[in-house]
Ligand binder design. Structure first.
Ligand code: MN
Length: 352
């Protein structure tokens, strides 16, 4: 709690930016909030918060649109328990909207399905700024933040808007999951938001979200992940082969990075016509986002931050030879990036 009469710099920035943005939106018509494909807790909570802000300040009901699917059981539970209404982007008539907002992603990044030729008015994100984003009208990109939801939390605070228990739970869970309880890439504003939201978050709902029932595929994926993991010194590479939903690759990367002596995990899995990729690292000397962009250069799209990143390799046919070729090519790239030479690969689990 700030007792000082001058709020910290970040809150002042949130106040000025949200004031001006809301003022600009005053006379405008229908509003759409676009989040990234295969939504995660951060973009879900951010969208819920922006929708609430617009309802309270402008009496405007915005719609939240996404593409892909929600596959991870925790995220399905979050959308259900917190009643977050989402509309598939393909079902939306985009010409009806006069204000387009994009959250936790930016135009043309490859992780949202909004045509890069269309106008975006508002971007709120914590990924590094893209060239194309600079021409949008309202851009609030803070790549020093661990979570986009923290920025939206600050807007609500700055605008004196009451945060109900479901919204508080959503924002709290977004910060909790994205930063792994403030342990990963969290900054002071994320810590402040987490601590202030904790008392108002509903603990029973939080429990439902963090302990969902999971389908048998979850255990099959753990099985195949453990069986298909190869260790190259401090690097672990896991090829999950065919996956049922995209987020499972990052989920397994988070699971396997806990292995002793492993510093970096490269995960991959085949989905639709491509290969979903995820990198996790505990090394502060590496930048996962830059590494993954170099790995997929010319063959797909990728992005991320220092310790976590994701990407997609396009046009990978589903056959064992092609999957092996992709795994070998990415592994070579990773070994080069991490300057690992002359290492004898070994399986995580030797099977007979
Ligand atoms: Mn995020």
């Amino acid at each position: 709690m700030t007792t000082d009469s001058h709020p910290p710099e970040n809150l002042r920035r949130s106040k000025i930016h949200s004031d001006e943005m809301l003022e600009w939106m005053q006379g405008k018509g229908k509003t759409i909030i676009i989040i990234h494909d295969n939504p995660d807790p951060d973009c879900l909570a951010s969208a819920m918060a922006l929708r609430h802000l617009l309802a309270m300040k402008l009496s405007r009901d915005a719609i939240i649109a996404f593409s892909g699917m929600i596959g991870r059981s925790e995220n399905i539970a979050m959308a259900k328990e917190l009643e977050i209404t989402l509309i598939p982007l393909d079902l939306v008539r985009l010409d009806e909207f006069s204000v387009v907002c994009m959250l936790d992603t930016q135009p043309g990044t490859g992780n949202n399905s909004f045509s890069p030729d269309r106008r975006v008015d508002i971007i709120i994100d914590h990924h590094p700024m893209r060239e194309a984003s600079k021409k949008c009208r309202w851009v609030d990109i803070r790549d020093e933040y661990g979570v986009t939801a923290t920025i939206l939390y600050e807007y609500l605070l700055a605008q004196n808007i009451t945060i109900g228990t479901k919204l508080a739970t959503a924002l709290f869970y977004a910060i909790k999951s994205e930063t792994q309880d403030l342990g990963r890439e969290a900054n002071q504003p994320d810590r402040d938001a987490y601590l202030r939201l904790f008392p108002i978050a509903n603990k029973r709902l939080l429990y439902e979200i963090t302990h969902p029932k999971v389908p048998v595929e979850h255990f099959r994926t753990i099985h195949s992940g453990v069986e298909n993991a190869t260790i190259y010194g401090k690097l672990l590479v896991v090829n999950l082969q065919k996956i049922c939903f995209p987020e499972v690759v990052s989920e397994m990367a988070d699971y396997l990075i806990r292995l002793e002596d492993i510093e970096t995990v490269l995960g991959m899995g085949h989905y639709n016509d491509g290969m979903i990729l995820s990198i996790r690292t505990t090394s502060h000397l590496l930048n996962a986002g830059e590494i993954i962009r170099r790995l997929v250069a010319g063959r797909g799209t990728a992005g991320g931050h220092g310790m976590m990143a994701g990407g997609l390799l396009n046009n990978v046919p589903f056959d064992p030879a092609a999957l092996k070729e992709v795994e070998d090519f990415l592994t070579r790239g990773m070994l080069q990036e991490l300057s690992i030479g002359n290492v004898i690969p070994r399986k995580l689990i030797e099977t007979r």
